[in-house]
Structure formats: structure tokens, C-alpha cells
Design a protein around this ligand. Structure first.
Ligand SMILES: [Zn+2]
Length: 271
């Protein structure tokens, strides 16, 4: 029986060691352990605005002015800094305070700012709604709703069913294994994540990261040294809002097309 030596077609589990990355992503790989700074840089890179000095950790101001109203989910950009603002759509008065939870929590907390649950924090039956949530501790039960981003720091414990966010970030050293399909915006993996993800935004696997499972995205960036063991469905986005002349975007054929180029069994034909 002829033995198939090498097949060029790999349709399932693909292991990649990508060697390329966008210049702008590369900047961050230098210090993956500085989470908050990284996060701030990311946000700035997205907006394309120049970097400003920030005292994250000491400020109670939101680090970003891109707000999602927790009453009507309207998204808007706030100018300047404030502790409260008003949703231009529904008129709701929105708190922008950043909060830190350090112990057991079973109350209700709502803010359009950022909430950090430290290592000693245990969310047990409470409800936390914020634009940004950073989980270092334990989410046992209750609601943890992040309108914009949820960051799982190393040591964070959270049941899969409680993940409710637009963007997901897995911090360095963190490891999570999610089984249900997830629909997310941006996904940033600096730790280990096994999941079935459909991302409408960017999926980035950092140098310290390892992404496994299944990923469907229009934008995938893998830093040098990162691990990727996943079924990847990556294709150019159809951008109906941004660009009206879609003719400018040629249809790029998939590299993962079925093996029309034959992979001869040259090893098998030996006598
Ligand atoms: Zn609103």
C-alpha cells in the first residue's frame, strides 16, 4: 500500500508560527507584562491619536473617551474629562467613575468607566456593568457585563457562561478554555486561550500568547513567537460602510483552497 508522505493540503488543525506582524502591533511585544499601559497603547493605536501621559492606577478618570451608554447602548465619543456625562441619545446621566473591588461583592455597580476586580475580589451574586472590566480575582456568580472590554488577568476565575463583553483580552500567563461558540469584537491573546471565536474586529495573538480552537475573523495578527493551533477562517472584510467602491478590493483567493496543485506521492512510488 502506497504511503502518502507529504500532503500540501491541510484542512483541519493548522499549526503556524507566523513571522510577520504589522508594525504597529510589534511595538507592544516589547513589554507584554505591563497590562494597563499596553491596553492604553492599544486604544491609542486604534484611534490614531498621539500618546498622552496617563497615570493609570491613580486616576479615577476613564482612560478612554469612547463611551457606550449602559442604558441604551448608544456609542459616542466624549470630549474632555468628567466623572459623569449624559448620553446624547437617551439623555441618561452616566457615571464615568473607575472603580476597584477588593473583596466580596454582591451589590450592583454600574459605570461607563472601568472596574478592576483585584485578586482578592469575589463577585458572588452581584452585578457589575462597566465599559471596561479587568478581572484579576474570582467571578463566582452574578453578572459581569462589559460593554467594551473584558480583560482576564492571570489568576482570574470566571465561568464561561459569565463572559459578556465586546472585546476580550487574555493577559499573559492566563489560561482559559471555553467551549461554546463566542461572538466578539476584538480579541487579544497574550496568554493561552482555547475557544471557538467569531470576531468582528481584530484577533491578535501576542508573542507570549497561544490561541487554540477555531477562529473566524477578517483581521488576524500573530506576533513572532506566538502559538496558533487553530482552524482559521480569515478573509478580507466586505466594508459596506467605509468604502462604497468595493471594486477597489479585489477578490483574493483563499490560500487554503482544495489541493488542485497536486501533491505527488513521490515517496510512495519508490521501488
Ligand atoms: Zn443612552
Amino acid at each position: 500500500m502506497p504511503e502518502r508522505g507529504k500532503t500540501k493540503f491541510v484542512d483541519g488543525l493548522v499549526t503556524l508560527r507566523a513571522t510577520q506582524l504589522h508594525q504597529r502591533e510589534k511595538r507592544y511585544s516589547a513589554k507584554p507584562e505591563v497590562d494597563e499601559e499596553l491596553e492604553a497603547k492599544r486604544a491609542e493605536a486604534r484611534k490614531g491619536t498621539p500618546r498622552k501621559a496617563m497615570n493609570i492606577g491613580r486616576t479615577v478618570m476613564p482612560t478612554q473617551n469612547d463611551i457606550v451608554c449602559y442604558t441604551c447602548q448608544f456609542q459616542f465619543v466624549m470630549r474632555g474629562r468628567a466623572e459623569v456625562t449624559q448620553c446624547p441619545k437617551c439623555g441618561a446621566r452616566l457615571s464615568l467613575k473607575d472603580e476597584k473591588i477588593t473583596g466580596g461583592f454582591s451589590d450592583e455597580l454600574v459605570t461607563a468607566g472601568k472596574v478592576v476586580l483585584t485578586k482578592s475580589a469575589i463577585l458572588d451574586g452581584g452585578s457589575i456593568t462597566a465599559n471596561h472590566i479587568v478581572l484579576e480575582g474570582t467571578a463566582k456568580s452574578g453578572v459581569l457585563k462589559a460593554y467594551r472590554s473584558l480583560e482576564l488577568v492571570q489568576g482570574a476565575v470566571i465561568p464561561e457562561a459569565m463572559i459578556d463583553t465586546r472585546d476580550l483580552r487574555i493577559g499573559p500567563g492566563a489560561s482559559h478554555d471555553f467551549h461554546s461558540p463566542m461572538k466578539l469584537g476584538d480579541v487579544d491573546v497574550a496568554g493561552e486561550l482555547k475557544a471557538d471565536i467569531e470576531a468582528s474586529g481584530h484577533v491578535t495573538v501576542r508573542a507570549t500568547g497561544h490561541l487554540l480552537g477555531r477562529i473566524k475573523t477578517a483581521h488576524l495578527a500573530v506576533e513572532e513567537g506566538a502559538g496558533l493551533n487553530a482552524y482559521v477562517e480569515a478573509r478580507a472584510p466586505t466594508r459596506p460602510e467605509e468604502e462604497t467602491d468595493s471594486a477597489a478590493e479585489p477578490d483574493v483567493p483563499d490560500d487554503t483552497d482544495p489541493p488542485n496543485e497536486d501533491a505527488p506521492d513521490n515517496e510512495a512510488e519508490k521501488t
